[in-house]
Design a protein around this ligand. Structure first.
Ligand SMILES: Cc1ncc(COP(=O)(O)O)c(C=O)c1O
Length: 354
């Protein structure tokens, strides 16, 4: 059978490993180490199975209204996806012509590049410093660096895998000059000191979408729900290209329960932030280079006596999983998810014995 040429050549995105063994300390995919709120269990226990006989609400009205209300905007400016990965893929479908390109920071979430390849358009990655330089001049010089017009900029903030944070004001002035859609991927924003939601709901911004996920701060990576807020014409475009029933009935109900339990959410986020500070401190004490992180992971470089790859392999053999991204920009570091205090202790103890 014939596969489209660009798909034949595609380097598929490689997700983090999901080990079967329960003994693994799993610090490799930025999941939340705490369980979801007990309210999710209540929803599941009382879920009316008759709802599964029918198709789910294609417009997730109840969840959408709750999200809109929380952020002080209208439901017509809210979209919900089967994980935020789906929203990224829909954005690549909706906002990019065949002769345009998708841009992002480099390094950043590596799925962005894969999405461009799936869509068969070019991807351009720019280091944060050179991007800001290009946009700080009166006339943007970014276009000179692009092979084609960039019509979609995917900006992870906090960035992954670095954990670095960019001020909303900087992203706002970038968006004013950028000719296409700026989608701010706030998968980790709940762990950060601020966020860009104000840009998404301000009526004067015509090209900014801000996206969140239930996978990280709400501990629901297995459920697959993400959402975004932006100008209603852009949101409408996402509705046009989505599958009819992209978010299942269970996911809509459970996500709503998690979203409504603000106290539990704040508690787990605070716990992760506290452990993050301790992890950074302990790694630095052991000679690691650890930049500040505004996410639920750190991007840390081991002391010169050993390479990141060796540490990754050594930890793996000892059942501690972290993430290693080979390559010139990322290969000297490990991305380590913030776990519970006891998981972090096991990581540190393991490092001490290696
Ligand atoms: C920056 C970034 N965006 C999006 C996602 C995907 O999130 P979701 O589980 O909502 O698809 C991830 C997952 O790790 C991520 O790191």
């Amino acid at each position: 059978m014939r596969t489209a040429k660009h798909i034949e050549l595609l380097e598929a995105y490689v997700p983090g490993e999901q080990p079967k063994s329960r003994d693994v300390v799993k610090l490799n995919t930025n999941e939340n180490p705490y369980p979801p709120t007990p309210k999710c269990a209540e929803v599941l226990a009382s879920f009316n199975l008759d709802q599964l006989r029918r198709y789910p609400d294609p417009e997730f009205v109840t969840l959408r209204k709750a999200i809109a209300k929380r952020f002080g905007t209208g439901p017509e400016r809210v979209f919900v996806g089967n994980g935020s990965d789906e929203i990224l893929s829909l954005a690549a479908r909706a906002f990019v012509e065949n002769d345009e390109c998708i841009a992002s920071l480099d390094p950043s979430y590596s799925l962005y590049k894969t999405l461009a390849a799936i869509r068969d358009v070019k991807w351009v990655g720019l280091p944060l410093a050179s991007l800001l330089l290009a946009y700080s001049s009166r006339r943007s010089t970014l276009s000179a660096r692009l092979p084609q017009k960039a019509s979609l900029f995917l900006w992870a903030n906090p960035n992954a895998p670095t954990g670095a944070w960019t001020e909303p004001a900087t992203i706002s002035s970038f968006a004013h000059k950028f000719p296409g859609v700026v989608l701010v991927d706030e998968a980790y924003a709940d762990f950060a000191k601020g966020n860009c939601m104000g840009l998404a709901i301000a009526p004067r911004n015509k090209n900014v979408i801000v996206m969140r996920t239930f996978s990280k701060s709400y501990s629901l990576a297995g459920l697959r729900v993400g959402f975004c807020i932006g100008p209603s014409d852009l949101i409408e475009a996402l509705y046009k290209v989505k599958d009819s029933y992209n978010v299942d009935a269970v996911a809509q109900a459970v996500a709503l329960a998690a979203f409504n339990d603000r106290i539990y959410h704040a508690k787990t986020v605070a716990a992760v932030k506290k452990t993050r500070a301790a992890l950074i401190h302990e790694l630095r004490r052991r000679g690691w280079d650890v930049p500040d992180s505004e996410a639920n992971f750190v991007f840390a470089k081991p002391p010169l006596t050993t390479t990141a790859e060796e540490v990754f392999e050594g930890l793996r053999r000892r059942m501690v999983f972290v993430r290693y991204f080979p390559g010139p920009q990322t290969g000297d570091r490990l991305r380590i998810t913030v776990g519970t205090p006891s998981e972090v202790k096991r990581l540190l103890n393991t490092l001490d014995t290696m």
